[in-house]
Design a protein around this ligand. Structure first.
Ligand code: SAM
Length: 232
């Protein structure tokens, strides 16, 4: 069983997700205490996909995160570099154009997608700046990015309780439902190390995204960031 380290070596990250692919969605629901479904609804509202649009769901894993966009009639491309996650996704949603690709070298032309989005994926990419630049490159002028990622709870007492949950309760809870409980030690550590809301917005701007903003969900446990590519 593989557990990635905080240097996020791509082969370790990919094989860690290969290991958890079969139980990934169930584990998500359990460890997020049911919040995962609410977060996905908020992402769908922010992406606001329309029929005929092209949407890239990067780091899509088993493509559960892609379903709300596809349901609107938008042409939705789930892309991931874990073949284990993609295979599990293909078994469940064979009609979706699941695509193998690395976030730092996307296999798409410039200016293709109306919206690019990434849910719980950017934190795992070894080079955040490169992924944000690649997302920008493949987005049409005037198009947008929506990033859903764990973030920093804003209310200090809640933040303390939450960190305690992450570090102490999450690994034993994950042990009961996951095929690779060590992956959840990595999850907890990588959440703690991840930039907070203003810092992630600054990274977006550095990659070229404009009109950046964010919205906190579940008190800042998760944040939705958005940005736009300048009209040509
Ligand atoms: C926690 S899962 C999220 C899956 C899905 N978006 C969801 O919300 O359920 C993170 C995904 O990021 C993918 N990933 C990590 N680094 C990547 C990279 N450099 N390129 C493409 N996918 C990557 C992993 O393979 C994994 O499937």
């Amino acid at each position: 069983m593989t557990r990635a380290q905080l240097d996020k070596q791509p082969h370790e990250v990919a094989s860690m997700f290969d290991d958890v692919a079969a139980n990934y969605d169930l584990t998500n629901d359990v460890i997020s205490l049911g919040q995962a479904r609410l977060w996905r609804k908020a992402v769908a509202r922010a992406v606001d996909a329309r029929p005929g649009q092209k949407v890239l769901d990067l780091a899509a894993g088993t493509a559960t995160s892609s379903l709300p966009f596809a349901a609107t009639g938008a042409y939705t491309v789930p892309c991931d570099f874990s073949l284990g996650m993609l295979r599990e996704g293909k078994k469940r949603h064979s009609w979706l154009p699941l695509t193998a690709g690395d976030a730092t070298r996307l296999p798409f032309r410039d200016d293709v997608f109306d919206t690019v989005t990434i849910s719980f994926g950017l934190r795992n990419v070894h080079d955040t700046d490169a992924a944000l630049r690649e997302l920008y490159r493949v987005t049409k002028p005037g198009g947008k990015v929506v990033i859903c990622e764990f973030s920093r709870p804003t209310w200090t007492p809640f933040r303390t309780v939450y960190m305690e949950y992450l570090m102490r309760a999450l690994p034993p809870v994950a042990r009961t439902v996951s095929s690779n409980p060590d992956a959840y030690v990595y999850l907890a550590e990588s959440i703690r190390e991840w930039p907070d809301q203003p810092a992630l917005a600054a990274l977006l701007r550095k990659a070229g995204w404009e009109k950046t903003a964010w919205r906190n969900l579940t008190g800042g446990v998760v944040a939705l960031h958005r940005g736009f590519k300048t009209q040509g």
